[in-house]
Design a protein. Structure first.
Length: 490
């Protein structure tokens, strides 16, 4: 039986089939696999990404996208800046609205923002900015606690520092020779490194203690200072890669000797980055008063709009022959080369596992409830609105969202970007654009790209080569459209 062409032209259906490719993609996951917007250095891009990051308060699976719409009007009373917030699901309560994003404009803004303002000091504007940060820290308390203490990473750090300051490595009879050598290297670190480590361990201990308590203003002020120490420590340690490498090896060795299970290689820099990320993102937000794009906009009335995102329920049905036809029509080379039962059965098996279903009477029937991903929902909402052409997202986008943005740019010729993509795919739903003709064109482009993703994933290509090519294309595109982008939003 031939696959009906309407199925082949349906990105939702193809996204459902593409889940059979997931294993390969997970193995290929790479932190560096990203598709950057043409000008990531634009300050407003970093600010919007940080704003999205700071609005995440739930412990798991909350992804937030943020966009800005600028309503101009000859009547100054009608001039307005809208902050549009979308989530991968409809927020159950109005928690986002309650938390007004930290974007109040400041007319007497300082020309340069000092990286750390001591609480209760500084100019009135600086005091307000610190108050805002304290409010954000309080809001993110549970998430901060999770980042600090997950898998007892803070204790690993504190324990290793205690070893560095403790009994000389060669006298540690409880360690084997490898452990003694690693510790010996750490104990030989310079006096300034040792001072920093001592300060960091105190900060980690105090931060962990503060996070066990309730998020009062005082606890938040204390936590803010400790996070700043950990951020400085992170920035210093990342220049000492050989020390960090020995640090991670020793941490692992130590845990194994204690009989602990070590599933992930310890990564002290990653932990420090996660723990102190709220400060880093906040420092981006604090740039708003001195950002040429956003400060002007945010001096006017700001309205926060939270988009609803009710997931549609869709049913898909597929048998083995249909699957073969789809894979062949989509140009999946591994099927064209090897039309054996085995390769198609293998694909079908993966699909069954990915959707957690069974094949009944030769058919895989799946009912899927997947909301539109937040960056795509926002893109559709911002279409033809006077918006800053950048959507801030709290995490890198998936491969399908990247394709949708590319299709949108190609069809509408509007250069809208989000921060980039990790290239993985998961459950996905095609957004619907108000303009029916454009929507159809984007749908066609997306289904071509979604189908082509099968080809890409099965060939043994280096994903970085693809990224490099894409970056080249994007840079060329940027060069061509530089005038327009830069004159509208800098
Ligand atoms: Zn996505």
């Amino acid at each position: 039986m031939a696959a009906p062409s309407d199925k082949l032209a349906d990105p939702n259906f193809l996204a459902f089939v593409a889940r059979g490719l997931n294993d390969e993609k997970h193995e290929r996951r790479s932190e560096g696999l990203s598709f950057d917007p043409p000008n990531p250095s634009q300050r407003h891009a970093a600010i919007l990404d940080s704003l999205a990051f700071l609005l995440v308060s739930q412990l798991e699976k909350q992804i937030i996208a943020v966009g800005v719409v600028v309503i101009e009007d000859p009547d100054p009373a009608k001039v307005e800046t809208q902050i549009i917030v979308a989530e991968n699901k409809t927020p159950l309560d109005a928690s986002i609205q309650k938390q007004q994003p930290p974007v109040a404009g400041k007319r007497d803004s300082p020309p340069h923002l000092r990286p750390h303002i001591v609480y209760g000091t500084g100019s009135p504007v600086e005091r307000e900015l610190v108050d805002l940060e304290i409010a954000l820290i309080t809001y993110s308390w549970p998430k901060l606690k999770q980042r600090m203490m997950k898998n007892k990473r803070h204790l690993n750090f504190i324990d290793v520092v205690a070893d560095v300051y403790g009994v000389l490595a060669q006298e540690r009879i409880d360690l084997d020779s490898e452990g003694r050598d690693l510790l010996d290297t750490l104990q030989k670190s310079s006096a300034s490194e040792r001072d920093l480590l001592q300060e960091m361990t105190a900060a980690a201990r105090e931060a962990a203690e503060a996070l066990q308590r309730t998020p009062t203003r005082l606890n938040a002020v204390e936590l803010r200072t400790n996070l700043q120490v950990l951020l400085i420590g992170r920035n210093t340690l990342q220049k000492h890669t050989s020390l960090v490498d020995v640090w991670d090896q020793y941490t692992r060795h130590r845990l194994l000797q204690k009989g602990a299970q070590v599933r992930k290689k310890p990564d002290v820099l990653r932990w420090l980055s996660k723990v102190s990320s709220i400060r880093e993102h906040y420092l981006h937000i604090a740039q708003i008063p001195i950002s040429p794009t956003l400060s002007g906009l945010l001096l006017r009335g700001v309205k926060v709009i939270v988009l609803k995102n009710p997931p549609p329920v869709r049913k898909f049905s597929l048998d083995r022959d249909e699957l073969e036809n789809i894979l062949v029509s989509a140009g999946c080379e591994f099927i064209a080369k090897d039309k054996s039962e085995k390769s198609i059965e293998k694909f079908l098996d993966k699909l069954v596992v990915a959707h957690g279903k069974k094949v009944t009477d030769g058919k895989l029937d799946v009912s899927i409830t997947v909301p539109v991903h937040c960056e795509c929902l926002l893109l559709v909402h911002l279409h033809q609105q006077p918006a800053v052409p950048y959507i801030g997202v709290s995490k890198l986008s998936c491969g399908f969202c990247r394709m949708y943005f590319a299709a949108y740019r190609e069809v509408t010729r509007v250069e809208f970007y989000a921060r980039g993509s990790h290239g993985q795919t998961g459950p996905w739903t095609l957004p619907v654009l108000g303009d029916a003709t454009l929507s159809l064109e984007i749908r066609q482009k997306s289904s071509q790209s979604t189908a082509a993703s099968g080809e890409v994933a099965q060939e043994d290509e280096n994903p970085l080569d693809l990224v490099r090519q894409e970056r080249e294309n994007v840079r060329a595109e940027k060069f061509r459209s530089a005038d327009r982008v830069e004159t509208s939003f800098v």
